[in-house]
Design a protein around this ligand. Structure first.
Ligand code: PGA
Length: 247
């Protein structure tokens, strides 16, 4: 069984450096038990957070990296090499908000994954179906397609996590049942094993909060959580971490 991992995805939050500094300082102080705790601030806050988390076991990451290379004429992009230089150890890739608002395709994501791997960042690949796809019972087919990007890339299991985040569960207060999540996580693990990627850690994300964390934590096939909104409230996040610390 994997060590449980709980990651805060700060998205485009908070508005000020002072607030993120306060959040990172509070994060340092939470009781983590045996849980691997991570956070992914926005690029602009990475350096400030990295300084606060120096010498702490908290796993620092980012929410995205450029598809195009380490440096070059790519206005507005931030590269995997640049964030690794500032202390990032992992990156989210393919979050549904990137897929939706930035039209990220499997082809783009494959490039981002390769850039991350070259810079020695662990990739947390986010996958998940829309409400319509869920209603049409297309979840597994959607995931099969989203996971297919990993098939030929040569990124080993040790550099990879998957976050299963149903799009309709993100920021809505809605979640699938624990049984549904377990079924999907098993499917993800079997699919990756078939791609030559055994033992990949699979997190659940989408409206994880201090009330439901316990239900998700108490499952062998749920290796942790990717937490958005609740990661910005340190008490909620600490409660989520302590739920996973019990298993
Ligand atoms: P949420 O977001 O916890 O606010 O639903 C999760 C995510 O998008 O990673």
């Amino acid at each position: 069984m994997h060590k449980k991992t709980v990651i805060g995805n700060y998205k485009l939050n908070p508005a000020t450096k002072a607030e993120v500094v306060g959040l990172a300082q509070a994060l340092r102080g939470i009781d983590m038990g045996a849980v691997k705790v991570g956070c992914a601030p926005s690029f602009i806050h990475l350096d400030a957070v990295a300084k606060i988390l120096t010498d702490s076991p908290i796993w620092l990451g980012v929410q995205d990296v450029s598809a195009y290379g380490a440096t070059g004429a790519f206005t507005g992009d931030v590269s995997a090499v640049q964030v690794a230089d500032l202390g990032a150890k992992f990156t989210l890739i393919g979050h549904s908000e990137r897929r939706t608002y930035h039209q990220e395709t499997n082809e783009t994501l494959a490039k981002k994954i390769q850039e991350a791997y070259k810079a020695n960042l662990v990739v947390v690949l986010c996958v998940g179906e829309t409400k319509e796809q869920y209603d049409n019972q297309e979840t597994l087919a959607v995931l099969k397609n989203q996971l297919s990007v990993l098939a030929e890339l040569g990124v080993p299991s040790s550099h990879l996590l998957i976050a299963y985040e149903p799009v309709w569960a993100i920021g809505t207060g809605l979640t699938p049942t624990v049984a549904e999540v377990i079924k999907v996580h098993r499917y993800i693990k079997d699919t990756l094993t078939a791609h030559g990627l055994p033992s990949v850690c699979v997190l659940y994300g989408g409206s994880v909060n201090e009330k439901n964390a316990q239900d998700f934590a108490n499952c062998e096939d749920i290796d942790g959580a990717l937490v958005g909104g609740a990661s910005l409230k340190i008490d909620s996040f600490a409660t989520i971490v302590s739920a996973f610390a019990q298993y």
